[in-house]
Design a protein around this ligand. Structure first.
Ligand code: FMN
Length: 273
């Protein structure tokens, strides 16, 4: 049986699915009902565009089923003005309430983040979530020690003044590394993900943008990322498998700060040809 399931009572034979299939896998044979070209089924990346583009609800796919592909509700579309303010007002959160973030809430965020695009629809991004305070504190401490070790290296010259201040505050008892965030969410991808880092950054960006709609805030944990990249034992303490070369951690929690303005950004350099 083909992966395409055509409801012949609904199909209008309009060929929209043929036009849309990114793998050029679908054809309309003489009877006009779409089918996958013989022998090409393995080329299907299961993007579901054939199901999504059919206005007649006539197509399903064995692994992207129409019943799991909800209709896009016009009434939920956001305006350009709403999107403009929403995107520009997102801020990194560095002050969190002590309130924990429950697993279902984090699961919900990841459920949304998995809709971010992935190269070839590979969907190889995996998630590691830390909510244990002691474990997070320990990882922040390991990161501080890593920063202390590299601070005086010549290539760290530009960052040294910041690292020095950051560590002085850390030593005085302030978590300047993971900001006492109640949760750390790490996205990772295995070697075979050809655009693994891009894929997981996009997924984290979705999570980052979704978080404020649920009253949550995030901050990209670049210091921890550097430590994970250079010290295998820190990567392992975070829980990321050794064979996942791509990873990035995000702090997550309920903000203890509110912003009232959108700070200006640099004018972008744009070259049109
Ligand atoms: C890849 C990446 C790594 C970052 N790492 C850190 C970090 O380790 N600590 C921190 O406080 N902020 C970190 N940030 C947050 C940036 O400093 C922040 O995005 C930038 O100052 C702009 O502020 P905004 O996010 O509020 O617009 C990071 C951001 C990115 C994109």
């Amino acid at each position: 049986m083909s992966v395409l399931i055509v409801d012949k009572s609904k199909c209008q034979k309009d060929g929209l699915c043929v036009e849309e299939c990114p793998g050029l896998l679908i054809q309309l044979p003489e009877n006009g009902f779409p089918e996958i070209r013989t022998g090409l089924e393995t080329g299907c990346v299961e993007c579901g565009h054939c199901v999504a583009v059919c206005p007649h609800n006539a197509l399903s796919h064995k692994r992207v089923r129409i019943e799991n592909s909800p209709r896009i509700l016009e009434e939920l579309k956001i305006s350009m003005r709403q999107a403009d303010q929403f995107l520009r007002s997102r801020r990194s959160i560095r002050a969190y309430q002590a309130k924990p973030v429950d697993r279902n809430t984090i699961r919900r965020l990841i459920e949304i983040a998995r809709y971010a695009p992935t190269s070839g629809n590979s969907q190889l991004v995996e998630w590691f979530v830390l909510t244990d305070r002691a474990r997070i504190k320990n990882i922040a401490g390991l990161t501080a020690e890593f920063a202390r070790q590299i601070m005086n290296e010549p290539k760290m010259l530009a960052a040294a003044p910041y690292l020095k201040m950051m560590l002085a505050r850390w030593d005085a008892g302030t978590d300047t590394i993971l900001r006492n965030a109640p949760a750390i969410v790490v996205a990772s991808a295995p070697e075979e993900a050809i655009s693994g880092f891009g894929d997981l950054v996009l997924a984290l960006s979705y999570l980052d943008l979704m978080a404020p709609t649920m009253g949550l805030g995030t901050c990209w944990a670049g210091l921890l990322y550097g430590a994970m990249l250079h010290v295998p034992s820190i990567k392992s303490a975070v829980g990321v498998p050794a064979d996942h070369p791509y990873h990035f951690p995000l702090m997550l929690g309920y903000p203890d700060v509110k912003y009232y303005r959108i700070p200006e950004r640099r004018v972008p350099k744009i070259v049109f040809f």
